[in-house]
Structures are given as C-alpha cells and as structure tokens.
Write a protein that binds this ligand. Structure first.
Ligand code: NAD
Ligand code: UDP
Length: 346
C-alpha cells in the first residue's frame, strides 16, 4: 500500500506517469487548482527532476511504482489520470513487450483501482490509434489503419486495447472512464534524449548540429503546446455528463517535418543545416486532428501557436542545456550524455 500524506482540500487525484513530460505539467496544474496529487511513476522515461519543484508541496506525494504490478492507495481517490507509458517511438520500442503490458495490463490495474474507489478515470490515448491514416484529417469516427505486427504496434495496439477496456468497463457501469486521443504535444521538460522531433530539433539546433530529417521530410504532424493539452485533459476529466466517446485533443495546425526544421533553425539561428536519415518503419505520412468534438463538448481549443510554443520550448532548453564545446567531442566524450545528465540532475 502506498504511503501518502493527508490533505483536507479539493479532490484527491492520482496521476500515473506524473514524472513524465505531460504528467509533470498536469501534476503542477492540478496542485495549482487546490487538489491533492499523488504521482505514481516507475521513472522509465520520466525523471525525478521533472518533479523537483513540486517535491515540497504539502499536497503532493510521489511514489515509485510500475503500474503493471497491482498496488493500492491508502486514501480515497476522486480521480485517476493514466499517462503512464513512454510516448517517444524509440523509447516505447526499446522494450515493446513492457510497453504493451503497460498499455493494457497497467491500464486495467488502474481501471480496477478506479472502480474500487468510485473514481473518475482518464486514459491518455493517442493519435497513433489512427496509425498511418487513410482518412485525413482524423475524426474520432475513423477506425484507423494500424499494422498490428510492426514495430509501432506495441504502442498503437496497446493504446487501442486500453480504449477497449475503458469503454467496456464504462458500458458495464464499473468506471466513469474518459478517453483523450492526444496528438503530438511538445514543450518544456521533454527529455533532451527523448527522440521525438521537437526535442531532437531544438537540442540539435542549440548544439550547432545538423537537424536529423527522417525520410523526405514531407510527412506532416500537428503540434500542440503542453499548456493547451493539459487544459484539455482537465476539461475532459471534469465534463458532466461523461461523453461516452473518445475525444481528440491536439492543435489542427499541420506542418511538414521540413517546415518544422526551418522554423526551429530560424528561431535558434542554427547554422548546422540538416542531415537526412532513413524513415522509420510504419511512420505515419500525415496527421491532423479534427477537434470539433472537443470544442462542442468541452469548449476547448488550443490557444498557443506553434511559433509561440516553439519559442517557449527553445527558451527552456537554452536554460537547461549547456551547448557542447567542440573540444569535448574531439576528446571522445559523449556530449549528448553530458547534456542529458545536466538536464536530468536539475
Ligand atoms: P513521457 O515518456 O514523458 O511520460 C510517460 C511517463 O510514464 C514517464 O514518467 C514514465 O517513466 C512513466 N511510465 C512509463 N511506463 C510506466 C509504467 N509501467 N509504470 C509507471 N510509470 C510508467 O511521455 P509523455 O509525452 O508525457 O506522454 C504521457 C502520456 O500521454 C503517455 O501515455 C502517452 O502515450 C500519451 N501521449 C502523449 C503524446 C505526446 O505528444 N506527448 C501524444 C499522444 C499520447
Ligand atoms: N522525425 C524526424 N527527425 C527526428 C525525429 C522525428 O524527422 O529527429 C520525424 C518522424 O519520422 C516523424 C515525425 O518526425 O515523421 C514525428 O516524429 P515523433 O517521433 O516526434 O512523433 P510520432 O512519429 O510518434 O508522431
């Protein structure tokens, strides 16, 4: 059983994956709203550093726990957010079996906990449930186009099965479950070695290295700033009645990878150019959310344009990374590792 502090005010909310990029922002926002927050994380792709500023908050507890193992919480919970799962393709493909088990078994453990507590449950699902989409842009009614045997399947199929669990338990009246289909989100506290495009490009630009473009760079993504996304998650968790359907959360502004590289280079004054790398297997060719449902049900839409969010992200990385000095590389040191170490130990 988890050891947790008591708190008299607001809701008591468990955030699984709270030490990650999105989770740490969510914990911060929920605490700011006067809630008690219990973060549960195994620190697989998140860090204690992401929570350093919350550590001494009287209403905050952090517990090291893998959600694949059943656990209990020693105080009544009002809400559970399940964000636990690596989101970056290289990270979730490192141990695909654990990713699948986290997505399905871990989600089921948390759903069971929500049922026992009578807590509302929000599942962080993903635009990856649409796979390499044959419908563009993507509405929630689209069933998707996923290669169930490919290297992305551990994540895509895991998240699809987790949605199934949520809606089965909802239909059976066991859990007040809600499902957010999150499109690519970025911002401060992404890990420098995370492997996703915006953190890669910004770190590379600040280090004066070429930006790595996978494939032609003509594939597209739609990028949502973290503050907008977190606002959407909280709105979906609290909307009454339960929508009984998944809700896309993302910014409909659509950019090619090449266009993003140009924006990052312009913003940082990077002079390293670009370098082409092979396109990962099953990399979706396009992605853009239709957010009519979120607008209608939640009154939600993103407010931060890519140019603005990128500037905030670059500023954060500038403060958290030391640009590599050439002689360090020449001396054979792993400069990336040093930069990562600096960020992680803050
Ligand atoms: P992240 O990798 O930064 O955070 C995930 C967190 O979950 C980390 O702190 C990690 O240590 C933790 N975790 C992983 N496996 C766990 C396990 N078995 N038990 C306990 N903790 C575990 O990723 P993120 O970008 O913050 O994404 C958070 C959630 O949102 C994920 O579920 C992801 O699938 C979903 N999502 C994110 C995006 C995005 O663009 N950021 C897009 C779609 C969906
Ligand atoms: N990508 C890229 N360079 C990088 C990292 C990613 O060109 O350094 C591409 C990747 O192939 C994909 C897009 O950027 O087409 C978004 O990749 P990311 O891993 O951020 O998210 P996802 O593929 O899960 O949407």
């Amino acid at each position: 059983m988890l050891q947790t502090n008591n708190n008299s005010g607001g809701k008591t909310i468990l955030v699984a994956g709270g030490a990650g990029f999105l989770g740490s922002h969510l914990c911060e926002r929920l605490l700011g709203q006067g809630n008690r927050v219990i973060c549960v994380d195994n620190y697989l792709s998140g860090t204690k550093a992401n929570l350093a500023h919350l550590r001494n908050h009287p209403s905050f507890s952090a517990v090291e726990q893998d959600i694949c193992t059943k656990f209990a919480v020693g105080e009544p919970l009002d809400q559970i957010y399940n964000l636990a799962c690596p989101a970056s393709p290289p990270r979730y493909q490192t141990d695909p079996v654990h990713t699948l088990m986290t997505s399905v078994g871990g989600a089921n453990n948390l759903l069971q906990m929500a049922a026992e507590h009578g807590a509302a449950f929000l599942q962080a699902s993903t635009s990856e449930v649409y796979g390499d989409p044959e419908e563009h842009p993507q509405r929630e009614s689209y069933w998707g186009h996923v290669n169930c045997t490919g290297p992305r399947a551990c994540y895509d199929e895991g998240k699809r099965a987790a949605e199934t669990l949520c809606f089965d338990r909802l239909r059976r009246g066991e859990v007040d479950a809600r499902v957010a289909r999150i499109f690519n989100t970025y911002g401060p506290r992404m890990q420098p070695d995370d492997g996703r495009i915006i953190s890669n490009f910004v770190v590379q630009a600040l280090r004066g290295e070429p930006l790595t473009i996978y494939g032609s760079g003509e594939q597209t993504r739609s990028f949502c700033y973290v503050d907008d996304l977190v606002r959407g998650l909280i709105a979906l968790m609290n909307v009454d009645p339960n929508p009984h359907q998944p809700v896309n959360l993302g910014n409909p502004g659509e950019f090619t990878v090449n266009a993003l590289a140009e924006q990052v280079a312009a913003l940082t004054g990077a002079g390293g150019g670009v370098v082409k790398r092979p396109l990962p297997v099953d990399d979706p060719r396009c992605r853009r959310p239709v957010i009519d449902r979120a607008a209608a049900l939640l009154g939600w839409k993103p407010e931060v344009a890519l140019s603005e969010g990128l500037a905030l992200t670059v500023a954060w990385f500038r403060d958290n990374l030391t640009p590599a000095r050439p002689h360090r590389k020449e001396a054979g040191h792993d400069v990336t590792a040093q930069l990562v170490a600096k960020a992680e130990h803050r």
